[in-house]
Design a protein. Structure first.
Length: 167
């Protein structure tokens, strides 16, 4: 994808403050169904339409993600629900940001680009990269620490980061 087409796509699908792209959550309805849970019922109960999960470029309020994952974990009796969702995500779930990272010449460049550009995908948390010698630490911090379901979000984020490193 050329830089101009990437810019056009980002302008067409902006992510507003406090929102995140649905990409990492696309598998939520499927995982619920696999666990024998009615996904439409759960998604409707927090005021969302299940069709939101049909396009990874759709956006959802970050706080709603936490509530959704927490509710899914409770209903499915699956405390690692966020981790299960994150395990199914690779770089592609981050859209253009994930594809950009895959094009980098090395892991360091990929991580720096992830940190510099994740705000185009996620406006509810921020990544940080610290490098000292041969050790790099990638972290992810939710803006509002009292966000419901933050442990589910963090579990999903670490799984996505792991899959990105593997890719």
């Amino acid at each position: 994808m050329s830089p101009s087409s990437m810019t056009a796509r980002l302008q067409r699908y902006p992510v507003n403050e406090g929102y995140i792209r649905v990409g990492p959550l696309i598998e939520v309805p499927k995982v619920l169904q696999e666990k024998g849970i009615n996904s439409v019922e759960i998604i409707d109960s927090i005021g969302l339409d299940v069709t939101l999960f049909s396009d990874p470029e759709n956006t959802i309020p970050f706080a709603t993600v936490g509530r959704l994952l927490e509710l899914c974990a409770a209903r499915a009796k699956c405390p690692d629900f966020g981790l299960l969702i994150g395990q199914r995500c690779g770089p592609d779930c981050l859209g253009l940001i994930g594809r950009l990272c895959q094009q980098m010449a090395n892991v360091g460049s990929a991580l720096r680009n992830l940190v510099l550009h994740l705000h185009l995908h996620d406006r509810g948390a921020a990544p940080f990269l610290s490098v000292e010698g041969n050790v790099a630490v990638l972290s992810y911090s939710i803006y509002h620490p009292q966000t419901e379901g933050s442990s589910q979000i963090y579990d999903g984020a670490i799984a996505i980061a792991f899959n990105m490193m593997r890719a």
